[in-house]
Design a binder for this molecule. Structure first.
Ligand code: TXA
Ligand code: MG
Length: 320
């Protein structure tokens, strides 16, 4: 059984003896271990059933420590770090030789970020090593945004879940890599492209087929409920099409009144994309528990965080 607790000193004690602790961040909960402990890092991969070719993100408490993790910082990377850290942005840069190969899956680059959560920043400040932390879910399933979600997945596998309340952002960090000195988006996430472009100018998204073997966060089917889930531009038409079934609806701002709808969640009545993002994964967790035949999810406007929400919905669904 895991202990769910907000006791930071207990988390320090466990992490310092090579155990895993689930930690809160502003994006999603992470499954954390000491980057220099081979035992802890192997245990992260085993607990998640994550393939070893999928590298981990290193979490640090301050920008000064970046130079201990990476060997080269392009000027635009420095500007992005200054603009968005602590926050939901991950930079992929050439690694220092001290970063173990198991963290980077043998690659010569390492992913790093400063999470923006007071509990985890305090935890990182008390530790004398950085934490590797992938999202605290079994490989391929929905990321957790509450301590309870983590407990549902891993109560028999980890000793402690450090409770920091529900995640405020709700979608994973945006990942940016570099080709030469030019930034490129590897994974859409909680920092919008529009916000990034105000700092570094126009930026491209790396073709997902190219990146798939490197960043399985970009694999087609990921973040998926076990219930059949479809994505649609027209909720009422799709409800009609499946009206013989027990339907769940995941809508942006408006509810549906069709009799076939057994359960529905409206993510933001006021059409606030950040509010919708913060509730997205919890809504998928809830819908997945309702014994539905099908979940019908509505496509979001293709701007700002709507792009990141659509990216996750596409990976969770098949087309209607
Ligand atoms: O918001 C987040 O980023 C959360 C919280 C816990 O910080 N973490 C997270 O980790 O989403 P994870 O492991 O679920 O996703 C990390 C992604 C993976 O798709 C991985 O392939 C990619 O980052 N990645 C890690 N290192 C990389 C590298 N050197 N090059 C390219 N992609 C990398
Ligand atoms: Mg993940």
């Amino acid at each position: 059984m895991s202990i769910i607790s907000s006791d930071i000193s207990k988390a320090v004690a466990l992490l310092s003896t090579e155990e895993l602790v689930a930690i809160p961040t502003e994006t999603v909960y992470g499954l954390a271990g000491n980057i220099f402990s081979e035992k802890a890092i192997k245990s992260i991969f085993q607990t998640k059933k994550r393939p070893f070719f999928n590298p981990l993100i290193v979490h640090i408490p301050s920008v000064d420590l970046l130079q201990n993790i990476v060997s080269y910082i392009p000027e635009k990377a420095q500007r992005l770090a200054d603009a968005f850290w602590p926050g939901p942005l991950t930079l992929v840069l050439p690694k220092q030789s001290t970063i173990p190969d198991i963290i980077t899956a043998g690659k010569d680059t390492v992913a790093v970020r400063i999470p923006n959560h007071p509990t985890t920043l305090e935890l990182l400040n008390q530790l004398d090593f950085p934490l590797a932390a992938p999202s605290a879910n079994p490989f391929g399933s929905i990321s957790p945004t509450t301590a309870e979600h983590v407990n549902d997945y891993f109560k028999d596998d980890i000793k402690m879940i450090l409770d920091g309340g529900p995640c405020q952002r709700g979608i994973e960090s945006t990942i940016i890599g570099f080709e030469g000195d030019e930034p490129i988006i590897y994974r859409l996430g909680s920092t919008s492209i529009e916000a990034i472009e105000t700092i570094v100018g126009q930026i491209d998204i790396k073709n997902k087929k190219e990146i798939a073997p490197d960043a399985p966060g970009m694999l087609d089917r990921h973040y998926a409920p076990s219930t059949l889930t479809v994505l649609t531009d027209d909720i009422s038409e799709t409800i009609q099409k499946y009206s013989e079934k027990r339907i769940g609806v995941l809508a942006f701002s408006k509810s549906s009144d069709h009799d076939a709808v057994a359960f529905q969640i409206v993510l933001s009545e006021s059409t606030d994309l950040q509010e919708a993002a913060s509730k997205l994964y919890d809504a998928l967790h809830q819908l997945d528990k309702q014994d539905l035949d099908i979940i019908i999810a509505e496509r979001f406007p293709d701007i700002e965080l709507g792009k990141s929400i659509n990216d996750r919905l596409q990976r969770a669904t098949v087309r209607a």
